[in-house]
Design a binder for this molecule. Sequence first.
Ligand code: MG
Length: 164
Amino acid sequence: MISDRTVNAINAQINREYFSAFLYLAMANDAMDKGFKGAAHWFTQQFKEETEHALRFSKYLEDRGAKVMLTGMDAPQTEWPDLLAMFNDALAHEKKVTAWINEIADIALDERDFATQNMLKWFIDEQVEEEASVSDVIWMIEMSSGSKGAMFMADRTLGKRKDD
Ligand code: MG
């Protein structure tokens, strides 16, 4: 039996994953508006990935016999000063997501809910990847700042991101 406390925590996270998707879509739109097609592609991939995270948590609740409850969500920010600010916000957001996942892991430990602990392992590993990949992009953009040619190449590199 999964506890109501765990179900509520996972439902809250499902809604946050959808908000993450929405935030990255807003970043994709702003990147496109600024002419960075590669970054727009990168954020669109990220949008898809966040949707998959929400669905992965949803499948888990369904498997445990619990219902997914969607709520309203805040409007995302729609404009950033530049690409660096956008990716810095993406990193700050992923750090928040990591903290939220850790909170659910704390609850699952407290409840001795071993199945939820196992399910969360995938997300704990995923957050390490997320923070590392956004940090890599920030480094690339920082190295390119001040050079239009380097920024053009950085944007092209972002445009090569595959489905993962
Ligand atoms: Mg996520």
